[in-house]
Design a binder for this molecule. Structure first.
Ligand SMILES: [Fe+2]
Ligand SMILES: [Fe+2]
Length: 316
C-alpha cells in the first residue's frame, strides 16, 4: 500500500476538532425558529442587569429612568457585539483557510465558527431594528464595523486572537454571573444572550487552540511586538467606549422623565463609561482563564507593560 495515500491516524488534536464540530451541530439554533418566534422586547422591564449596567450606582434615578438607562445600555450591548463580530468572523475565515488542505475537522470547526458570527451579526442587526422602533429617535452608533475591522485586522494575528479570546470569555461571565441570575429582565433580551452564550462557549475552545498555535509560530521579537499590538487594540476599544458612553448618556438625558443638573449629568456620564469599561475590558482581562492564558504566553516584563497600559482604564 502506498504510504502517501494511507489515511493518517486520527491524532488527539483532530479528535478534539471533531468533538467541537459534533457539539456545534448538536446545539445549532436558528434566529426565527428557536429564538425570536414572533416575540418582542418588553420595555416594562430592564434589559441589562445592574451588575453590568451599574445603574444602581446612580441613586437619584427614579425606577423609570433606571430602566431606560438599562435599556439604552442593552441596545449598545447588542451593537458592540455586532461590531466586534465583524472582525472576529473575518479573522476566523482566514484562520480556517489555513486548515483548508490539512485537517478537515479543523476547517469545518472554523467555518462553523465563522458562520455563527455571521448569524450573530444578523441577530444583532434585527435586534437594533426591533428596539429602534420602540425607542425615541436620536440613538447613535459611534463606530463603523468595517472601519473597526480594517484597523483591528492590521494588527498581528497573536493580538487579534488574544482580543477575541478575551471577548468570548467575558461573554461567559456576563451571562452566567449576571444575565442568567437576574430575575425580572426582559425575557427576550435574556434569551438572545442565552443563545449567544451557547455558541460563544464553544468558540473560546477554538480561540485558545488558534492563539496557542500562533504563539508557537512566533519568534520572541514577534511576540514582543504582538504585545504592543494588543495594548494598542485595547486602547482602540477604549476609544470606542468613550465615544459611545458620551452618546448614550446624552441620548438618555434627552429622553429621561425629568431634567438633570449638570452635576447629575456628569455622574451619569462617568457611570456609563465605567460600566462600558467594566463590560468590554475589565471583566475580560480579569477573567481567570484569560489571566492564565495570557500569563502562559507572555514574559513578566510584557505583563507589567500590559498592566501599566491598562491602569487608567481599570481605575475608571
Ligand atoms: Fe458571537
Ligand atoms: Fe464568538
Amino acid at each position: 500500500m502506498n504510504a502517501a495515500i494511507a489515511p493518517p491516524a486520527e491524532s488527539g488534536r483532530t479528535a478534539r476538532y471533531a468533538q467541537i464540530v459534533r457539539l456545534s451541530k448538536k446545539s445549532e439554533w436558528q434566529i426565527d425558529r428557536d429564538l425570536l418566534q414572533d416575540r418582542n422586547f418588553d420595555f416594562s422591564r430592564k434589559f441589562l442587569p445592574d451588575g453590568l449596567s451599574r445603574v444602581d450606582m446612580l441613586p437619584f434615578l427614579n425606577p423609570k429612568d433606571a430602566r431606560l438607562l438599562s435599556q439604552i445600555q442593552g441596545r449598545t450591548y447588542a451593537y458592540i457585539f455586532g461590531l466586534v463580530e465583524r472582525f472576529i468572523s473575518a479573522k476566523m475565515l482566514d484562520q480556517g483557510r489555513a486548515h483548508a488542505l490539512e485537517d478537515q475537522h479543523a476547517l469545518e470547526a472554523l467555518v462553523r465558527f465563522t458562520n455563527d458570527e455571521i448569524k450573530h451579526q444578523e441577530l444583532f442587526r434585527r435586534m437594533e431594528e426591533m428596539v429602534g422602533e420602540q425607542m425615541p429617535a436620536g440613538y447613535r452608533q459611534m463606530a463603523n464595523p468595517d472601519d473597526v475591522a480594517r484597523a483591528v485586522l492590521a494588527a498581528s494575528t497573536w493580538a487579534v486572537l488574544a482580543l477575541t479570546c478575551h471577548i468570548e470569555l467575558f461573554v461567559q461571565s456576563h451571562y452566567v454571573e449576571s444575565i442568567h441570575t437576574t430575575e425580572d429582565l426582559c425575557p427576550l433580551f435574556k434569551d438572545v444572550f442565552k443563545y449567544h452564550w451557547k455558541d460563544e462557549s464553544q468558540h473560546v475552545v477554538l480561540d485558545e487552540i488558534e492563539w496557542k498555535d500562533e504563539h508557537a509560530r512566533l519568534t520572541p521579537e514577534q511576540r514582543d511586538q504582538a504585545v504592543n499590538d494588543l495594548i494598542a487594540l485595547v486602547g482602540a476599544v477604549d476609544g470606542i467606549l468613550q465615544a459611545q458612553s458620551v452618546a448614550d448618556a446624552e441620548y438618555f438625558v434627552r429622553n429621561a422623565s425629568r431634567e438633570y443638573s449638570d452635576g447629575e449629568i456628569a455622574d451619569i456620564q462617568s457611570v456609563v463609561l465605567g460600566a462600558y469599561r467594566w463590560q468590554y475590558i475589565i471583566t475580560g482581562v480579569r477573567h481567570p482563564h484569560f489571566v492564565k492564558l495570557l500569563s502562559s504566553m507572555t514574559t513578566p516584563a510584557q505583563i507589567a507593560r500590559i498592566q501599566a497600559a491598562l491602569a487608567p482604564i481599570m481605575a475608571g
